[in-house]
Design a protein around this ligand. Structure first.
Ligand code: C5P
Length: 240
C-alpha cells in the first residue's frame, strides 16, 4: 500500500555546509521542519560516514546521500553496496554513461536504498549544453535519460521543474521525480549558479514527488521560518 507523504516529508534540505559543527546546528534547527537531509560532497568528503550518525542522533528525518556516483560499472556497484550499509534512503548516480551504469541500481534492489539518476544538472541550461557541442534540447535529453533510468531499474531521477510533467507522463507515476533548483519567489541568492529553476508551487503542481532546497533555507535570516514557509507552499499547492 502506498501512503501519500506529508508536505514536510516532500521537502529535502541540502545540508551544504563545511563541517559537522555547522551541520549539527542546522539539523537541530530544522529537524521538525524538513523530511530529509541531503548530504553532499562538501560535507561527506570532510566528515565521512560519521556525519550520517550525527544526523540520525539528532533527527528522525530521512537521509539522502548525494554523491552523484560516476565511474565504471564495477566501481559504482561496489560503492552502492557500501552505501546500502549506511542506513540512508537515497543515493545518486550519473546517467550520462547510459544503461551500463544505470543498471548498477539492481545491485541494491530490495535493500531499502533508493537509487536516483541525475539527468542533467539544474545548473546547466540550453546554452551550456550547446557550448559542449550538443544540438539536442535539454528537455529531450532529460526525458531520454529518465526513461533509460526507469528501464534499468533505478527508483527515480533528478531533474528540473521544467521536465517534471513530461517525465511523469513517459515514466509513470510511481517513478520518483526529485527536483532541485528550487527558488521560492521571496528568495534572493547572490550569484546563483542554478539555471533551470522553479518555485516550490510550480514543481509540486507539475508532479514533483520531492523538492530539494539548499541556499534559500540555509542563507535565510531565519532558516526554520524559511523551511516552514516552503512546507506551507507545498501544502497549498497540493490543495489547488
Ligand atoms: O542551494 P540550492 O538550493 O541550489 O541547492 C541545490 C542542491 O541540489 C545542491 O546540493 C546541489 O548539489 C543539488 N543538485 C542540483 N542539481 C542536480 C542534482 C543535485 O542542484 N541535478
Amino acid at each position: 500500500m502506498t501512503t501519500t507523504p506529508s508536505s514536510k516529508d516532500r521537502l529535502i534540505f541540502a545540508l551544504d555546509v563545511p563541517d559537522k559543527s555547522e551541520a549539527q546546528r542546522m539539523v537541530k534547527l530544522l529537524q521538525d521542519s524538513v523530511g530529509c537531509f541531503k548530504v553532499g560532497l562538501e560535507l561527506f568528503v570532510r566528515e565521512g560516514p560519521d556525519i550520517l550518525k550525527l544526523i540520525k542522533d539528532h533527527s528522525s528525518a530521512e537521509i539522502f546521500l548525494d554523491l552523484k556516483l560516476h565511474d565504471i560499472p564495477a566501481t559504482v556497484r561496489g560503492a552502492l553496496r557500501s552505501a546500502a550499509k549506511l542506513g540512508v534512503k537515497y543515493i545518486t548516480i550519473h546517467s550520462t554513461e547510459g544503461e551500463a551504469i544505470l543498471e548498477t541500481s539492481k545491485e541494491v534492489k530490495d535493500s531499502g536504498l533508493e537509487v536516483l539518476a541525475v539527468t542533467i544538472l539544474t545548473s546547466m541550461g540550453e546554452t551550456q549544453l550547446h557550448d559542449l557541442g550538443s544540438n539536442l534540447k535539454v528537455g529531450d535529453v532529460v526525458l531520454d535519460r529518465a526513461f533509460r533510468a526507469r528501464q534499468s531499474g533505478c527508483n527515480g531521477i533528478i531533474c528540473s521543474g521544467e521536465e517534471i510533467s513530461s517525465v511523469k507522463q513517459k515514466c509513470g507515476d510511481t517513478f520518483k521525480v526529485v527536483v532541485p533548483g528550487i527558488r521560492p519567489e521571496w528568495s534572493q541568492i547572490a550569484s546563483d549558479d542554478q539555471k533551470r529553476i522553479a518555485t516550490p508551487r510550480k514543481a509540486i503542481q507539475a508532479g514533483a514527488d520531492l523538492i530539494v532546497v539548499g541556499r534559500p533555507i540555509r542563507d535565510a535570516v531565519d532558516p526554520e521560518k524559511a523551511a516552514r514557509k516552503i512546507v506551507a507552499e507545498i501544502e497549498e499547492s497540493v490543495k489547488q
